[in-house]
Design a protein around this ligand. Structure first.
Ligand code: RB5
Length: 141
């Protein structure tokens, strides 16, 4: 699977852990940065990941900042993007099954790298259920 990754300084550590996991498991990673701990503006990276999805160069995206909140707010302003910020396994599974989320937003100051990798794994391996959920998703905009 092709997955776009982006982060700011607050999400760098968990993004790198997710990147390592994805690459070790045969996925193609498009890493839009950032790649240092210098303070940066998270919307730049949110938009870059969303662009990869809009242009279909990536199937799913993962964005990491301090809380995941700013990334999700920025991502959800982009056409065709359904971004979900969460920190537990149940919500991660359900946002794929029911919301067909295409961007996962995580907080590096909320969860550790082990949890981030677990959530990334659930996100990319859980399928959308379709059916009645399609109509509801079409009502978002
Ligand atoms: C940066 O300090 C922080 O505001 C950012 O990483 C994120 O948590 C915003 O929602």
């Amino acid at each position: 699977m092709k997955i776009a990754l982006g982060c700011d300084h607050g999400g760098l550590e968990i993004k790198n852990a997710i990147k390592k996991y994805l690459e070790n498991n045969g996925h193609t990673v498009i890493d839009v940065g950032t790649n240092t701990t210098d303070s940066v503006d998270y919307p730049v990276y949110a938009k870059a990941v969303c662009k990869e999805i809009q242009e279909k160069t990536a199937e799913l995206g993962i964005l990491c900042c301090g809380t995941g909140i700013g990334m999700s707010m920025a991502a959800n302003k982009q056409d065709g993007i359904r971004a979900a910020v969460l920190s537990d396994e149940y919500c991660c599974e359900m946002t794929r099954r029911h919301n067909d989320a295409n961007v996962l937003c995580l907080g590096g100051r909320v969860i550790d790298s082990e949890k981030a990798v677990k959530l990334a794994e659930i996100f990319i391996t859980t399928e959308f259920e379709g059916g009645r959920h399609i109509n509801r998703i079409n009502m978002y905009s």
